[in-house]
Design a protein around this ligand. Structure first.
Ligand SMILES: Nc1ncnc2c1ncn2[C@@H]1O[C@H](COP(=O)(O)OP(=O)(O)OP(=O)(O)O)[C@@H](O)[C@H]1O
Ligand SMILES: [Mg+2]
Length: 432
């Protein structure tokens, strides 16, 4: 018997859940410990009822299945009394007792022991026998040992479940923390970018302002000297000096535009008209086909026409430079209603509202990921020294921000790039 109980204890270790545990115990109390039948009841959380959860033996022919499980209130019948008193009961003759709850086939004697787990009644183990006084001290000892082992296993399973829940809570907390850290890092990067642009903008603006004053003096003196240039050689030299100072003045204008210090004179206009006009003029200039994909009923925008033309020129030139051999440039316009609805992907620095988007798309070499954060910085260029100023995109960014909009870029290496300009729409009809 001791050996059987030992095997019993070892087998319990590998049982994974409460349901399996009850069925294993019921089955083996009958199969290995020689009882005629075994029924296990589980107590509810409120400690008021017992419900039949496993049953084995001649009276329970359904295998691992209970049809209409019996529910017995604490205090009622022998099982209910055991649950309430937490003490085992042996009844020698059920036919004389008032507490016997008759089953399909009446029994003569009964034994019932409690399952106590962490100070609470977890249930009871019950067994009946057709003979008078079938249970004595030895059966009580065996069934009490089985009950103690079952209770210990129940506690272990409850602890395993608690640990599993704690682990799952920890995983959720960890995922949340990772997400928050990621969001914070993204915010910090954005803040850093904004501060960088602000610092460069102030520096460039100050520098351009001072330099502009010097250029004005240089250009004025060149003009004076040209009036009494002694010969053609001197005139040529002065002409070169004048071209250089004009180029310098253009650089200064772009720097001031980036620093958002350009004096813009906005006009309410139809962007489609401006794009068509630009394309007509520039096809000759750019010697490349520009396709137009213009939305109907485009909202009017307010922008400085000269600045708009400069931006279109800077963006189309960049597109052509990205497709040195051949390739079509496309200019697209579209109304955009930016709300805070989920799933919208608009630039983070754009406040909700109506915008008109102008997109310049090329199918050129694209922009490497490590350059994407730099292309709007003044003087960032991938051209060789002397070929590019790196002020085109900074000027575009400056003008767009000064106009209440912004510019973004989507690019894939070897696929091409799209620059999106968001202009706030003029919604006041009186201005149109
Ligand atoms: N459409 C584009 N496709 C690929 N790279 C681009 C595109 N537009 C801009 N770039 C990258 O961004 C850099 C900066 O552009 P930006 O227009 O400011 O200056 P730049 O073109 O180099 O000089 P500049 O405009 O004075 O000729 C470019 O050197 C290039 O590397
Ligand atoms: Mg450029």
């Amino acid at each position: 018997m001791l050996r059987t109980l030992n095997t019993f204890a070892v087998d319990l270790m590998s049982i994974p859940c409460v349901e399996d545990l009850f069925w294993y115990v019921a089955q083996n109390v009958v199969g290995k410990l020689g009882f005629v039948d075994c029924v296990i009841y589980q107590a509810n959380d409120a400690q008021s009822d017992l419900t039949q959860v496993a049953a084995w033996g001649e009276k329970n022919p359904y295998g691992r299945n209970i049809i209409n499980p019996l529910v017995i209130p604490f205090g009622r019948g022998i099982t209910g009394q055991v649950a309430q008193s937490r003490k085992p009961i042996i009844v020698d003759d059920l036919l004389n007792g008032v507490d016997y709850i008759a089953d399909t086939e009446p029994a003569r004697s009964e034994i019932c022991v409690p399952l106590i787990c962490a100070g609470r009644i977890a249930g009871v183990i019950d067994s009946e026998h057709p003979d008078f006084a079938a249970f004595g001290e030895p059966e009580l000892e065996i069934l009490s040992t089985v009950a103690a082992m079952t209770s210990a296993k129940l506690e272990l399973l409850a602890e395993t479940e608690r640990s599993q829940r704690r682990y799952e809570d920890l995983v959720i907390a960890h995922t949340q923390l990772t997400r928050e850290t990621k969001n914070r890092k993204a915010l910090e990067a954005k803040l850093f970018e904004a501060r960088k642009q602000d610092a460069i903008g102030r520096l460039a603006g100050r520098f351009a302002h001072e330099f502009n004053n010097l250029l004005t003096v240089i250009a004025g003196n060149i003009e004076l000297l040209e009036l009494d240039a002694p010969d053609v050689g001197a005139q040529d030299s002065l002409q070169d000096a004048r071209s250089a100072s004009e180029r310098g003045a253009q650089l200064i204008r772009d720097m001031l535009a980036f620093a958002q210090r350009t004096r813009l004179v906005p006009e309410t206009l139809d962007l489609n008209g401006a794009v068509s006009g630009f394309c007509q003029d520039s096809e000759r200039l750019l010697s490349r086909q520009v396709e137009q994909n213009l939305a109907r009923d485009l909202w009017p925008i307010s922008v400085d026409p000269a600045a708009l033309e400069n931006m279109l020129l800077a963006l189309t030139l960049n597109g052509i430079e990205a497709m040195p051999e051949d390739g079509t440039l496309t200019i697209t316009t579209q109304n955009i209603f930016h709300t805070l609805a989920k799933g919208q992907h608009f630039p983070a620095d754009l406040t909700p509202g109506r915008y008109v988007r102008l997109s310049v798309t090329d199918h050129g070499n694209g922009i490497a990921a490590e350059h994407l954060t730099q292309i709007f910085d003044p003087f960032f260029t991938t051209k060789t020294v002397g070929e590019g100023t790196g002020l085109g995109l900074s000027m575009v960014m400056g003008v767009m921000r000064q106009s209440g909009g912004t510019v973004t870029v989507h690019s894939e290496v070897s696929q091409g790039s799209t620059f999106d300009l968001y202009f706030p729409a003029v919604t006041d009809a009186a201005q149109w």
